[in-house]
Design a protein around this ligand. Structure first.
Ligand code: HEC
Ligand code: HEC
Length: 317
């Protein structure tokens, strides 16, 4: 009996040492690095692409990179998701030193698809658009080269991000990992099929699910449908004043989601931030004024096909 106890103690001690060792390894090593792939590519900035890229940037990049103080994509602190640490989005204006003026199109595409920078740094909080169509990605890059005021050279600089232990841990165990760099051409969605079109916008283009599922750290960026609490809301964020705000359940559950909303209620909420009760949605749910009505309707049609989740979110309204 005594012997058994000694063995048990030994096993427990070994486990404790191993866990502590792993924890210090994670804390010291930080976010893992990856070897970036060389992509050679030159994207022609046609007016059609620039216009499309501007629309996409207004719905996606701007939410994290636009600083209202400079009116440009000079980056800011990502205070809405403190669980990742003290993270700053970067200056992505055309400044060659402080911005991305020297990046090649290949480096930009690789980062946008995978989240990996040319020096191998992996950015867990940055969007990973691995399923976006080639044409959409190319349009974003065409826009980044355009003369739009958001991206004109600016010398703003931010301190290096300090990632939390949680961010280091989930990237070390691979729960959050780089997006896959596509090996085949990715075509855009069939826009005559409303559900497919809406799915593309909500998952691959504007990524509504990333905020609207249960927890940023439990999202599956390669197969979004496998994210915990997919579209069932309850993801804790911070509003600009530092108050907790929980994302809404936007599955069609009648009791706790938006199952009772009409298509026009939905379009009004998503595009103009106004919900049926007359209340206005709060930041970080920025109105998607640049979505066309048909795009917003397509998202509605797609959300109707998402499994309902009964999850009452305390919205603190
Ligand atoms: C969810 C927030 C988020 C979204 C959306 C987002 N980014 Fe980022 N991005 C970040 C963060 C955070 C970093 C920097 C992280 C760090 O350095 O620790 C970053 C870094 C970058 C960098 C690297 C810059 C450098 O010098 O290191 C580029 C380029 C970039 N983003 C472009 C874009 C573009 C283009 C879009 C729109 C398609 C976009 N991002 C959308 C959060 C975001
Ligand atoms: C940056 C995170 C974020 C993104 C991205 C986001 N949302 Fe939201 N959304 C929220 C938050 C937070 C709320 C709750 C706002 C409030 O309570 O005032 C919300 C509320 C909503 C509501 C209101 C539901 C209700 O019951 O009141 C709808 C509808 C909605 N979002 C749809 C969308 C759609 C569609 C997309 C993609 C086009 C999207 N959201 C992208 C964070 C986000």
């Amino acid at each position: 009996m005594k012997k058994a106890f000694r063995y048990l103690l030994l096993i427990v001690s070994v486990l404790v040492v191993a866990i502590c060792g792993f924890a210090s390894f994670v804390a010291v090593r930080g976010i893992p690095k990856y070897k970036p792939q060389n992509v050679s590519l030159a994207i022609s900035a046609t007016p059609v692409r620039i216009a499309k890229g501007q629309k996409l940037a207004s719905m996606l990049c701007s939410s994290c990179h636009l600083d209202p103080k400079t009116g440009k994509f000079t980056g800011r602190q990502m205070a809405e998701a403190p669980q990742f640490g003290t993270v700053y989005s970067r200056n992505i204006t055309q400044d060659p030193v402080h911005g991305i003026g020297k990046w090649t199109d290949g480096q930009l595409v690789y980062l946008l698809r995978t989240g990996i920078k040319p020096d191998g740094t992996f950015l867990p909080v940055m969007a990973k658009l691995s399923h976006m169509s080639d044409e959409d990605i190319n349009s974003i890059i065409a826009f980044l080269h355009s003369d739009h005021p958001w991206i004109q050279a600016d010398t703003t600089q931010h301190p290096a991000s300090e990632y939390s232990f949680l961010a280091k841990f989930i990237t070390t165990i691979g729960a959050v990992k780089p997006g896959e760099f596509p090996t085949n051409v990715i075509a855009g969605p069939d826009t005559t099929d409303k559900v497919q079109w809406g799915r593309y916008i909500a998952l691959n283009q504007v990524e509504c699910y990333s905020c609207h599922s249960k927890d940023f750290t439990k999202n599956d960026y390669s197969v979004p449908e496998k994210s915990a609490g997919f579209f069932g809301g309850g993801n804790k964020m911070m509003d600009p004043a530092g108050h907790e705000i929980y994302t809404a359940n936007i599955t069609s559950d009648k009791e706790t989601g938006i199952g009772n909303w009409s298509e026009s209620d939905f379009v009004k909420a998503v595009k103009y931030g106004q919900v049926p009760s007359g209340r206005h949605l709060r930041i970080p749910m920025a109105p998607y004024a640049n979505l066309s009505d048909n795009e917003a309707r397509a998202i509605y049609a797609y959300l109707k096909t998402v499994p309902k989740i009964n999850n009452k979110v305390d919205r603190k309204l």
